[in-house]
Write a protein that binds this ligand. Structure first.
Ligand SMILES: NC(=O)c1ccc[n+]([C@@H]2O[C@H](COP(=O)([O-])OP(=O)(O)OC[C@H]3O[C@@H](n4cnc5c(N)ncnc54)[C@H](OP(=O)(O)O)[C@@H]3O)[C@@H](O)[C@H]2O)c1
Length: 381
């Protein structure tokens, strides 16, 4: 029987194909035939999946809704995947708020990273098999959903013997940390890196990857009632020093630099005064890389830092790195292999996480908006 329904249908165009981010959904008149029979899809019956959809920009816990979404047929070069877990990152929230640099067309499914298991492969798929774990290659796939049909080229496989939460949170923050520690300064064992927002997902990955390479980290966090506890947690991960923002401004910093060299690299996820303070401690000729602006304050660079220390003020965006290397399979694969190897050695773990079932998404979205939580919300499907 044919009947007309309003539904949302995931369109599989990728960021590369469309040139902008998109967890592309189109709201259109739609016959049930679109969701009931798939040409070559190995007898799979048509079905919908559940997804966290937003139709307007705004407060995430108000505009996001759990909906049934039609799955398109699995094409010859596609895979059908079952999402296992997907985090709630600041950029996901900013996209929903409409404040991020790139925005999907609306309506859209939220979420940019997560781990999925392949449950069906198209007839021309060569690199993936049923059972493989995969993560998105680029932002914009809309990972807050139970299932998706994706092009083979949209995902990259991972070993499925790594912890689920490490896999779910691997594609954005550890990649960002890895690149920032690799691409801006030549760091060798014994060198130092200073960073703010050290308890963030990126910060925790920086601490662990740096420790695995023998690099000292000076980690700055905002003061809080459980500062001592958080400091111990970060030190247990491999942080060399953990200080609060106020300590960064005090003369006692001189004492700290008796135990480790001044940093060659500063990683700034905050902006404002915090970034300026990081710059004050850089070595002559060192680099500050800004990757986030959690305080929503601009970065002010003292004239003296430029004249007398010739610091380099740079920026990094992992989405751009992935796009720049979209045709260079070996670069992405090499990074993934190295990160997965560090995970398998137990030297890189997922950030502290709160696991929340997809149906309790509002709790996760609300919690992800709160300061001082030090825990990444991860949706389990
Ligand atoms: N450029 C890139 O390629 C790239 C890649 C990944 C992430 N990012 C960006 O990096 C930042 C961190 O992401 P994430 O996933 O690691 O975050 P996360 O795990 O959610 O942690 C958020 C961090 O921001 C801090 N924070 C929140 N509000 C703040 C404020 N007003 N002032 C100072 N610090 C504040 C939090 O500290 P408290 O515990 O003190 O609240 C926490 O350390 C975000 O801006 C994100 O968009 C950029």
């Amino acid at each position: 029987m044919w009947f007309v329904v309003y539904t949302v249908c995931l369109r599989r165009q990728t960021v590369r194909k469309r040139g902008f981010v998109g967890a592309f959904l189109q709201c259109k008149r739609h016959r049930d035939a679109n969701v009931s029979h798939f040409g070559h899809s190995a007898g799979r019956h048509a079905h919908t999946c559940q997804a966290l959809v937003y139709r307007n920009h705004g407060d995430p816990s108000r505009v996001v809704q759990l909906e049934d979404v039609a799955l398109p047929p699995t094409g010859a070069k596609d895979v059908l995947v079952k999402l296992l877990a997907a985090p709630v990152n600041p950029s996901d929230l900013n996209m929903i708020q409409g404040t991020y640099a790139i925005l999907p067309g609306l309506p859209a499914v939220g979420g940019n990273e997560g781990v999925a298991q392949v449950v069906e492969v198209g007839s021309q798929v060569e690199s993936l098999r049923t059972g493989d774990w995969v993560i998105p290659r680029d932002a914009g796939l809309g990972t807050w959903r139970t299932e998706a049909v994706l092009a083979e080229d949209d995902v990259i496989s991972l070993p499925n013997d790594i912890p689920l939460l490490a896999a779910a949170t691997l594609g954005v923050n550890p990649c960002t940390a890895f690149r920032m520690l690799s691409d801006f300064e030549e760091l060798k064992s014994g060198d130092s890196v200073i960073q703010n927002a050290a308890n963030s997902g990126v910060g925790q990955a920086v601490i662990q990857i740096a420790a695995a390479r023998g690099i000292n980290t000076i980690n700055v966090i905002r003061d809080r009632s459980d500062f001592a506890q958080l400091k111990e947690r970060l030190k247990a991960m491999g942080a060399s020093h953990v200080i609060n923002e106020e300590a960064l401004r005090r003369p006692e910093m001189k004492e700290l630099f008796k135990t480790c060299p001044k940093p060659k690299l500063a990683l700034n996820g905050v902006g404002g005064k915090s970034a300026t303070e990081l710059l004050r401690h850089l070595q002559v000729g060192g680099s500050m890389v800004t990757y986030g602006g959690m305080s929503k304050q601009p970065v002010t660079v003292p004239v003296s830092a430029l004249i007398f220390k010739d610091v380099k003020v740079r920026g990094f965006w992992v989405t751009q790195w992935k796009r720049d290397h979209a045709r260079d399979e070996s670069a992405f694969r090499a990074m993934m292999d190295e990160l997965c190897s560090v995970i398998q050695q137990g030297k890189l773990t997922a950030p502290a996480c709160t696991e929340v079932h997809l149906r309790d998404y509002q709790k996760a979205l609300d919690a992800a908006m709160q300061p001082f939580t030090s825990s990444k919300q991860v949706l389990l499907m």
